[in-house]
Ligand binder design. Structure first.
Ligand SMILES: Cc1cc2nc3c(=O)[nH]c(=O)nc-3n(C[C@H](O)[C@H](O)[C@H](O)COP(=O)(O)OP(=O)(O)OC[C@H]3O[C@@H](n4cnc5c(N)ncnc54)[C@H](O)[C@@H]3O)c2cc1C
Length: 475
C-alpha cells in the first residue's frame, strides 16, 4: 500500500469515527465498510502496483443515498472517490488521500430497454456485458466494447469515455450517451439530456460529464442509444511482412470504403507472447505483424465480397493470404490471438502501457517514435492496439531491471514518446484517461489556457474540491 497524500493538501479533512457512524445511520451498517482488511478491496484498480487505503467505503443503493453521502462529505470537507468495477488503467479510482470510496455496485438496475425509442436506461453499477446481453436478446445492439466488458460497469465507462475495437466504426462510449442522471458535489440531483436524439439546448452537460473521471459529479444512471444488431459479421486476419506495412495498410482500408467494424494491430513480439499461452494458427508463424479486421452488416454475401476486396488490398500492400471466418466459432478463434495479448504481456514482465493515439495517417511514424524512445533507454517496447482509431498501446517492459532503474528509464521513454505523439497531432491518452498516473503529462497536451478553463469548470461543479481529489490536474 502506498503512502497517502494528506487530504489537507487538497483543503480537505480525514474521515473521523463520527463520520463513519453518521454514514452507517444514513445507509445502514451493512453498506458501510471500515475494517482495514475489507477496505483493501477498494484500495486499487488495474493500474500496476498502486494501492491507497480509503478511510471508509460505502455502497449506496439509491440516488437518495448517494446524495446523502455527498451532502455529508460537502459539509465536513471529506474526499469522495467514485468507484465502479475498479478496472481503470490510469488510477482514476484510487483513493490517493484516503476519504470515502463511493462504490456504485448496488446501483445495478437496467431500468428500461425501449424498442420504440431505441434506448436503454441503465444505472451506473450495471456490468457492461450484462447490459449488452439484455439488449442483444431483443435483437438490439450497444456497440462500445472495452476488453474489460465482462467486469467494467456503465458508470466507469461513461466516466472514462471508454472505447474498444469497435469504436473505429461506432465511436467511443460518448457517442452512445443521450442523457445522464448524476448527483453533484453538494448532494443535488442533476438530470441532463434524455431520450431526444437532438439537443441544442444550451451547453451540453451530458457530454461534459462523459470523460470527467469522477471529478465533476457521481453518475447514477445513463440513457444510452441503441441500434438494430447487425445480422452478420466476418473476421479476417491479415498477415504482413513488416510492422510498417501493416500500419500503413490501416488508413487504406478506410479510404477504400471497406468500413471495418474493428481494425486491430499486433506486432510479432505480441504474437510471440500469446504463443507462450496457446499455439497460434500455423499461417501466422512467419508474419512480422497482423491486422485483425471485423466487418459487419446484414448481408453475409456482401460481407464475403468485401472480404475479397480486403484480401486483394492487403496483398497489393505486401500482405500474405488472409485467414477468414464467418461462423461464430471460427471468428472466436481468430479473435483469440488479439484478445489474449493483454494477459500475455502481463505474464512476461512488469510493464507500463502508454495509451497513444495519433491521426491514422501517422501510425507508421508513431511506431518509429515508440521504437526510438524505448531504444534510447535500453527498453523493450511491445506494440498492439486499436489501429483503426490510430490508438496503439505501447507496452514498455521492465524485464530484469531493478525497480529504481526501471522507473527512471520508463519515465524518460514515456516522456519522449508522448512528446513525439503530440508533435504528430496525437493525444496523450486515447481511452484510458488521465486519472492519477498521467496528470503530470497534461501540460504537454493542453495549453495553459485550456487547463485553466478546465480547472474553472471543475470549480463550478465542485467548489470545495471533494470529488476525486488529485486526479486529472497536475500539481
Ligand atoms: C483487461 C482490461 C482491458 C481493458 N480494455 C479496455 C479497452 O479496450 N478500452 C478501454 O477504453 N478501456 C479498457 N480498460 C480500462 C477500463 O476497463 C475502462 O476504463 C473502464 O471503463 C473502467 O470501468 P470501471 O467500471 O472499472 O471503472 P473504475 O475503474 O471503477 O473507475 C474509472 C473512473 O471512473 C470514475 N467513476 C466510476 N464510476 C463512476 C460514477 N458512477 N460516477 C462518476 N465517476 C465514476 C472513477 O472515479 C475513476 O476515475 C481495460 C482494463 C482492463 C483491466
Amino acid at each position: 500500500v502506498s503512502e497517502r497524500v494528506p487530504p489537507e493538501r487538497f483543503g480537505l479533512r480525514p474521515v473521523a469515527a463520527r463520520h463513519v457512524r453518521e454514514l452507517e445511520s444514513l445507509l445502514g451498517p451493512a453498506a458501510v465498510i471500515s475494517e482495514p482488511d475489507r477496505l483493501e478491496a477498494f484500495a486499487g484498480d488495474e493500474t500496476e502496483k498502486l494501492r491507497f487505503l480509503p478511510d471508509v467505503a460505502v455502497l449506496p443503493a439509491s440516488v437518495e443515498e448517494v446524495a446523502a453521502v455527498l451532502r455529508l462529505a460537502a459539509r465536513e470537507l471529506l474526499p469522495v472517490v467514485p468507484r465502479a468495477a475498479g478496472t481503470g488503467l490510469s488510477g482514476g479510482a484510487l483513493p490517493v488521500c484516503g476519504g470515502i470510496v463511493l462504490a456504485v455496485d448496488r446501483l445495478d438496475r437496467v431500468r428500461a430497454i425501449d424498442e420504440r425509442d431505441l434506448v436503454a436506461e441503465a444505472e451506473a453499477g450495471v456490468v457492461l456485458a450484462d447490459l449488452q446481453q439484455a439488449v442483444e436478446a431483443r435483437g438490439l445492439f450497444y456497440p462500445p466494447d472495452p476488453a474489460s466488458r465482462e467486469t467494467c460497469r456503465i458508470g466507469g465507462n461513461l466516466a472514462e469515455d471508454s472505447a474498444g475495437p469497435r469504436s473505429c466504426k461506432y465511436g467511443s462510449t460518448r457517442r452512445w450517451v443521450l442523457g445522464v442522471e448524476a448527483v453533484l458535489a453538494d448532494g443535488s440531483r442533476l438530470v441532463a439530456g434524455g431520450r431526444s436524439r437532438k439537443d441544442a439546448t444550451g451547453y451540453n452537460l451530458t457530454q461534459l460529464l462523459v470523460g470527467s473521471e469522477g471529478t465533476l459529479a457521481v453518475i447514477v444512471a445513463a440513457t444510452l442509444r441503441l441500434i438494430a444488431k447487425p445480422k452478420a459479421t466476418l473476421t479476417a486476419v491479415l498477415p504482413f511482412p513488416t510492422l510498417a506495412a501493416a500500419a500503413g495498410a490501416v488508413e487504406r482500408l478506410f479510404v477504400e470504403g471497406l468500413d471495418p467494424a474493428a481494425c486491430e494491430l499486433a506486432e510479432r513480439a505480441a504474437l510471440d507472447a500469446v504463443a507462450r499461452l496457446e499455439p497460434l494458427p500455423p499461417a501466422l508463424a512467419a508474419s512480422a505483424a497482423l491486422l485483425v479486421v471485423e466487418l459487419d452488416g446484414d448481408d453475409g454475401e456482401e460481407l464475403l465480397a468485401r472480404a475479397e476486396r480486403l484480401d486483394a488490398l492487403a496483398r497489393s500492400l505486401g500482405g500474405g493470404e488472409a485467414l477468414v471466418a464467418d461462423d461464430a466459432a471460427g471468428q472466436r478463434r481468430l479473435w483469440q490471438v488479439r484478445r489474449r495479448i493483454g494477459e500475455a504481456v502481463k505474464s512476461l514482465s512488469v510493464y507500463k502501457e502508454a495509451d497513444t493515439v495519433v491521426p491514422r495517417s501517422r501510425l507508421v511514424e508513431l511506431i518509429e517514435a515508440a521504437r526510438a524512445a524505448a531504444a534510447r533507454q535500453g527498453l523493450t517496447a511491445l506494440l498492439y492496439g486499436h489501429a483503426g482509431d490510430g490508438n496503439l498501446h505501447v507496452n514498455l517492459l521492465q524485464g530484469e531491471l531493478a525497480d529504481s532503474e526501471w522507473e527512471r528509464r520508463r519515465d524518460a521513454a514515456e516522456e519522449e514518446l508522448f512528446r513525439a505523439v503530440v508533435a504528430l497531432g496525437g493525444r496523450i491518452t486515447g481511452e484510458h484517461g488521465i486519472g492519477w498516473t498521467q496528470r503530470h503529462l497534461l501540460p504537454m497536451a493542453l495549453s495553459e489556457r485550456e487547463i485553466a478553463l478546465q480547472r474553472e469548470i471543475k470549480r463550478a461543479f465542485d467548489p470545495k474540491g471533494i470529488l476525486n481529489p488529485g486526479k486529472i490536474f497536475p500539481g
